[in-house]
Design a protein around this ligand. Sequence first.
Ligand code: RRO
Length: 320
Amino acid sequence: MSKLSLAVDVAGLRLRNPVMNAAGVLGMSPPILKRVYDSGAGGVVTKSVGPVPRTGHQNPTLVRVSCGALNAMGLPNPGADYYVEEIKALKEMGVPTVASFFGGSVQEFADVARKLTEAGADALELNASCPNVADEMGMLAADAGNLERVTAAVKNETRLPVFVKLSPNVTNIKTVAKAAEWGGADAITAVNTLMGIAIDVNFRRPVLTNTTGGLSGPAVKPVALRCVWEVSQAVEIPVIGCGGIATWTDAVEYLLAGASAVEVGTAVMTHGFEVYGEIVEGLGAYMAENGFSRVEEVVGLAHDAGRDTQSKVDRCSIRV
Ligand code: RRO
């Protein structure tokens, strides 16, 4: 049997293992993202950046709820020009860096993608799915036609792999995943946060200033896992799983559902930075115990099992 390796190549992005942080939770400061890498992650993802600085929504912007967290940060970021220096710093530290970004128009998406490419990012994550600025910008991931156009415009500006991050807040995620693929996406990240609300019974009003927010953490895992399952059936490009991953078993579930890599966000708030190393270690042990030598051998296996079960059911019904 060949030697076990956790290294993956996700649409051209080579990582020492398939575990990254999810965009947003840890911001963009190079020393903090370097800690994610030093804790064992294969690469890092920055907080989404746009064309110009934004202050985001007024506090409170984050509330802990049972099984997770609800946020409505409102895309706070210092603007793409500032990020250029931050990305250069991460690259100098040897950290594989995925730059997450957004725009308010096709041209803005394309311009920011070009700047981040010139800055030296290793891949781009096109955030089509922030749930907290939908009134202002509309949600790109809910509009297949626009998503395809924006993805194509971004691909025209960069030679880097482009991952399109989708939303679970849509009726049919397969349709939008296919639109991103048609636009030239190299991978799909599934998924962003699930829209929710928390109400303060004493003040008798929503806790978040923005009223609604994006739910993340363990509560969303079954929903996000279903999204990965469906998207991986709908497209030919790799899928990156995101949503409620806190343990190596969560990560393995995502791989079995069809993800080629995973992103871990909210769990860093509850488990600390060690969560990345723990997931990587557990994944390695699982692969060794089960005779896998490469991560790709695990990807999508649960779909095959589903087909086996189906055929057994068919055989049973024939006997009956
Ligand atoms: O900044 C946010 O409010 C935010 C973003 Br950009 C996102 O993609 N997902 C989310 O839950 N919050």
